[in-house]
Design a protein around this ligand. Structure first.
Ligand SMILES: *Cc1c(COP(=O)(O)O)cnc(C)c1O
Length: 229
C-alpha cells in the first residue's frame, strides 16, 4: 500500500486538530493533552505509518499482541512510548513490565503486589495508572469508585508504588460526562494530576472535563476488523 492510501495520516491530522479545538474551548493548551493512538488489531505497517506522522504514544490492550509488534518497531529504531490499556493478569506482569512504558490498568491488590515485586526485581518502573470502574459495571475491570481512595492509598503506602493518574472507560450506553467528572474528582482528592479518559466517540467531552491523555483508536486507524474480546 502506498503512502496516503490507508487514510491514517489524514485521520490523525483531523484528530489532532479536534484535540486542539477542544482544548482551546476548555481554556487549556493543546500540548496539555497527549494523544495515545490505540493500535489494537492493527498491524506493524499501520503503526509505522502513524510513527511517520510524528505519533509517538501508542496503546494496546493485550500483552501478547503488543509483544508481536513493538519489539520489531523498536529494533528498527523507532522511538515510541507504549501504554497497556487492557486488563493485566498477574502471570503476565513480567512481560508487561519488560515491554510497556505505562500500565493504565492497575485495579486490584494482587496486581499491585505483583507489579511492586517485579519493579523491585528489575529496577524498571513503568508509569502506573489506576483504572476506576466508574459505572460499577460487573463485567468491567477497574476498582469501584467507593474503594478507589483506599486502593490508591494502599498502592502508595503498602506496596510502595508511585501512582501517576487514573483511567476510566465509561459504560457504552450512558453519557460519558458524569463518569469523566467522577474520575477527575477522585484524582483531585488524591493528589493525582493525570487523567486518561476519552476515546474516539467522546474525547472532546473528556478534554472539557480535564483529560490529560485521550486513547483514540478507530478515529485514527479506521474500524477494527476483529472486535476486541
Ligand atoms: C479500544 C480502546 C480504546 C480506543 O477505542 P476507540 O473507540 O477505537 O477510539 C480506548 N481505550 C481502551 C481501554 C480501549 O480498549
Amino acid at each position: 500500500m502506498s503512502a496516503g492510501e490507508t487514510g491514517i495520516a489524514a485521520r490523525l491530522a483531523a484528530v489532532r486538530a479536534q484535540i486542539a479545538q477542544a482544548a482551546f474551548a476548555a481554556d487549556r493548551k493543546a500540548d496539555d493533552v497527549r494523544l495515545v493512538a490505540v493500535a489494537k488489531t492493527h498491524g506493524i505497517a499501520e503503526i509505522a505509518e502513524a510513527l511517520a506522522c510524528g505519533q509517538t504514544d501508542f496503546g494496546e490492550n493485550r500483552v501478547q499482541e503488543a509483544q508481536a509488534k513493538y519489539p520489531t518497531l523498536r529494533a528498527a529504531g523507532h522511538l515510541l512510548s507504549l501504554s497497556l490499556i487492557g486488563p493485566l493478569q498477574t502471570n503476565k506482569v513480567k512481560e508487561a513490565i519488560a515491554l510497556f512504558d505505562e500500565i493504565q490498568t492497575l485495579d486490584r491488590p494482587k496486581l499491585a503486589a505483583a507489579l511492586a515485586a517485579e519493579i523491585a526485581r528489575t529496577g524498571k518502573a513503568p508509569r502506573l495508572w489506576i483504572q476506576v470502574n466508574t459505572g460499577a459495571e460487573p463485567q468491567k475491570a477497574g476498582i469501584l469508585p467507593d474503594a478507589a481512595d483506599a486502593f490508591i492509598a494502599a498502592c502508595r503506602t503498602q506496596h510502595g508504588l508511585a501512582i501517576a493518574g487514573l483511567m476510566c472507560i465509561p459504560p457504552a450506553d450512558e453519557p460519558p460526562a458524569p463518569h469523566f467528572a467522577l474520575l477527575a474528582a477522585i484524582a483531585a482528592r488524591n493528589g493525582l494530576h493525570l487523567l486518561s479518559m476519552g476515546m474516539s466517540s467522546d474525547y472532546a467531552t473528556a478534554i472539557a472535563l480535564g483529560a490529560t491523555h485521550v486513547r483514540i483508536g478507530s478515529a485514527i486507524f479506521g474500524a477494527r476488523a476483529v472486535p476486541p474480546v
